[in-house]
Design a protein around this ligand. Structure first.
Ligand code: SAM
Length: 313
């Protein structure tokens, strides 16, 4: 059996067992299993485990748990999306990573941590992570996964749209929660606040992220495909134009989403600073079907060519 399968079986069997014994959900059972593993009370009998093997086995167990219960907005970000986003992080921070500099990255809706950990594992030990999450089961899963993968992540369990006690970060990555934000008292402090009715949470998250990233820092968002077609989009547009330079809008392959209505794009911004300038040309691209290797290679070549042509990098 492959290592990941073996490790998944270990997590799965124990999670089923504790869920039954304590009458808790399978996902709570996964958390219990990871914590028991961390305490050393029950460990998988596999000698060498890489960070990615641990992440992938945990991802499988969480996917199984979420299939039973989670709402679309709480869904974990699968590694197909995480790896694509991570590729762009690598391109934008190539200079820092080559010179072995670490960067700080915030995920203000960290969920289970799968997106942030996929990116952290991809670039090697070059990211210090910070995560915010409102759901205490998900953030505990993120904490246990980060610890097992020995990745440094500081976590805050709170509403990410309220004030955050974190220092400005080099970059933000986020699979944005989509939909209306229920707390109008908080929303009214934002420029993107809708003049009528509730404001979109994903718009508020973009504004909040721009506040906590350093000048000149990059932000990588997974956004709904039709983000600029809603009745609230003009006010979002205004905010973005005043505070950031759009770098890229990359449409992701539809087959990565179980429902076309939930399809997403990768939206990359740079927070304005005094010395920078807008890119010569915003990258507008569509990722081909991930099974078409030739087309994927052409896509990555196009991205690298575009990047070279932007003298700012
Ligand atoms: N990237 C995450 C992962 O890999 O598990 C999944 C992100 S999921 C699409 C969006 C997350 O935003 C959910 O975990 C949800 O609980 C969280 N969320 C929604 N509203 C929030 C808020 N106001 N503050 C903090 N987290 C919030």
């Amino acid at each position: 059996m492959e290592t990941i399968e073996k490790l998944f079986s270990f997590i799965d069997e124990y999670s089923e067992e504790v869920a039954k014994e304590h009458n808790i959900t399978y996902l709570e059972g996964v958390l219990e299993t990871l914590n028991t593993w961390l305490d050393g009370d029950r460990k998988p009998s596999i000698n060498e485990l890489s960070k990615e093997e641990i992440r992938k086995a945990i991802q499988l167990a969480i996917l199984k748990g979420m299939r039973k219960s989670a709402q679309p907005n709480h869904q974990m970000t699968p590694d197909s999306l995480g790896l694509l986003l991570g590729y762009f992080v690598e391109q934008f921070y190539e200079k820092e990573f080559k010179s072995d500099e670490k960067i700080t990255v915030l995920d203000p809706a960290i969920g289970t941590g799968n997106l942030l950990l996929t990116v952290m594992n991809l670039v090697g030990d070059k990211i210090e992570g910070t995560g915010v999450e409102i759901d205490d089961l998900l953030i505990q899963l993120a904490a246990a996964s980060g610890e097992l993968e020995k990745q440094p992540i500081s976590l805050y369990c709170q509403d990410a749209l309220e004030n955050l006690l974190i220092d400005p970060v080099d970059a933000v990555i986020c699979d944005l929660p989509v939909g209306y934000y229920p707390n109008d008292e908080v929303a009214k402090q934002y420029e993107v606040k809708s003049s009528e009715g509730m404001t979109y949470a994903h718009h508020l998250f973009i504004e909040q992220s721009l506040k906590y990233v350093k000048d000149g820092g990059y932000l990588f968002f997974l956004v709904p495909d039709h983000i600029f077609e809603s009745e609230q989009s003009s006010i979002l547009n205004k905010l973005i134009t005043s505070k950031a330079w759009i770098q890229a809008v990359v449409q992701l392959p539809e087959e990565l989403f179980s429902n076309k209505a939930h399809a997403k794009s990768l939206f990359i911004l740079q927070k304005k600073n005094d010395t920078g300038e807008a890119v010569k040309e915003v990258l507008l691209a569509k990722v081909p079907n991930m099974k078409n290797i030739k087309a994927l290679e052409l896509f990555f070549a196009k991205v690298r060519k575009w990047k070279k042509e932007q003298k700012k990098f």
